[in-house]
Design a protein around this ligand. Structure first.
Ligand code: ATP
Length: 264
């Protein structure tokens, strides 16, 4: 992905990378079959949500895409198979994971958390500085608190740092594992708005979330994962309006639509 411009537009997004295709993914933990043939796709600049109950395999899906556990099936990025590549090379190709519960280096500063990610990716100093400027422009509070220890940040700020850290590796596809967990509603809307803006600028986002209401309110398309299989998919608006999805994941009929920033 080229450096994100400060102000993006859908036109700018067209030539960007980040087409993720996942076919028939299987993964197991010993006898537990966590993924049983999951297939999904995320186009460049698209915001895709994956919702599903506890234990459905959502985290496993992201971990398998990144090559963090043995799996069968195919993962393509911009038409190139990642199947034989270890995680490190998948990251070099443009995948980045924002893991569940953030997994920051709590006793390191905000800046060091960001720099470590850039070093891990092998960025040159100028590219690292460029990326830092980008992250600080997206999250001014991280610039203000760059010397603070990660553990001293609020939950919302820690999530911003986790996203910023992932962005340091110059991804074209951001895989996000339950980033909204435990965040106040205002912070949830702020983060979702920011992710939406990143998509407009060309980043592809795959958001795995138990907070289906929030995820569907902002995604372009969504998948429902149950017991390791995709059982439903479509435009997020259609899933929001689907009675079965409403019953299972939205706690009943939807509220009047809030402003999502989604293209109409
Ligand atoms: P949650 O929303 O609760 O995080 P999930 O949809 O992300 O759930 P996964 O964490 O992917 O689901 O788990 C899928 C299945 O694999 C579950 O049955 C879970 O108990 C099992 N599982 C996950 N991680 C492991 C592990 N390290 N060892 C053994 N079983 C695991």
């Amino acid at each position: 992905m080229k450096p994100l411009p400060a102000q993006g537009s859908p036109e700018e997004a067209r030539d960007l990378r980040g087409h993720l295709q996942v076919y028939d993914l299987h993964a197991s933990y010993g006898p537990i079959q966590a993924l049983r043939g999951a297939t999904l796709e995320c186009a460049p600049g698209e915001f895709v949500a994956v919702i599903g109950p506890n234990g459905a395999g959502k985290s496993t899906l992201l971990r398998a895409i990144l090559g963090l556990l043995p799996h069968r099936g195919e993962v393509l990025l911009d038409g190139r198979s990642l199947r034989a590549l270890p995680t490190e090379n998948r990251v070099r190709c443009g995948l980045a994971l924002v893991p569940e519960r953030r997994q920051l280096f709590d006793t390191l500063s905000v800046l060091d958390n960001l720099l470590l990610s850039g070093f891990g990716r092998g960025l040159s100093r100028p590219r690292m500085e460029e990326r830092l400027r980008l992250v600080f422009s997206l999250f001014p509070v991280l610039a203000e608190r760059q010397r603070a220890l990660a553990r001293s940040l609020s939950g919302g700020q820690q999530q911003m740092l986790a996203i910023g850290r992932a962005l340091m590796s110059e991804p074209c596809v951001l895989l996000m594992d339950e980033p909204l967990l435990g965040l106040a509603p205002l912070i949830v809307s702020e983060l979702l708005g920011l992710l939406r803006r990143l998509c407009v600028q060309g980043l592809s986002v795959v958001l795995v979330e138990q907070n289906a209401r929030a995820a569907l309110s902002v995604a372009d398309r969504a998948y429902v994962l149950e017991r390791g299989r995709i059982v439903q998919s479509g435009p997020a608006r259609d899933l929001q309006a689907d009675p079965a999805v409403q019953r299972a994941y939205l706690g009943g009929p939807p509220e009047p639509e809030a402003s999502s920033g989604r293209e109409s």
